[in-house]
Write a protein that binds this ligand. Sequence first.
Ligand SMILES: [Zn+2]
Length: 279
Amino acid sequence: MSQPMTRNTATPALDYLLSAALPSQRAELADLAAHQGLMWRCVCRTVNTLNTDACSACEKPRPYTKDVTPPRYEYGELLEDLRDRLAEWFDDEPKERRPAAIGFRVTTEYDDGPAWATWDATAYFTDAWIGTPYPKDFERSGVADALVELGDFEQPQVGDTLIVVVPPPFAPERPEEKGLGREYAYGISDYARAAAEALGDGWGADSGYIGAYGLLWGPGGTPELRLYVDDYDDLVLGWKHYPDRETVTIDLPDGAPSLPAELRTVGKAIAKAARTFLP
Ligand SMILES: [Zn+2]
């Protein structure tokens, strides 16, 4: 998975500071910024801004911009929690050189099998192609807690690699970084209601549990249909009580509707699909 590292709210302030600095101050300021993870230093020693993925001088790609995890696992939110805890750890240690990534090793020193070790971690810096031993132990920190959570989710195996990209200081909150926090004009139950309207007399619609899906039913209460987003991010219509038995995918060629007319179009498409469930 790739961790976007390009946006950083500190970058404009740093640019301003660099432009205000005297030429004699500039190198020192860039050194300090690279040390803090506010800029990145290439193996050729050039210091680059965080919004570059290749060195401005030698054009080598910026290293350690991607996590490395055991290939059989999808850690998802657990990995993001670990990343947040690492960010906190280094935010609390401004004198310490902030690494681009931290690698963890597997220990077999515990009775209940292999686990991610909080000690003997490896720090990766962008100006070196190999890591260096990280001298501190993360024990009793949020990092340690996050490693335990990962191990509880899936026990690591000896030889597994876990390298986590450390965000820069002042990195935006995660929802914004990931493009979450997006607002949709209509919820899925609105789609179901638009479909009921298109289907006409005797049809009804409602919101499913905490709005996670829409419900649609025909004259006399049947068929009872469920409108939901499946594991492939497709909008599908299926039987309420047997959602996997038979489903029809609803195409959204223009994406999610944001205007009443667009919602009506989607409602008609769902209505067409709903008719295929009639006896
Ligand atoms: Zn370079």
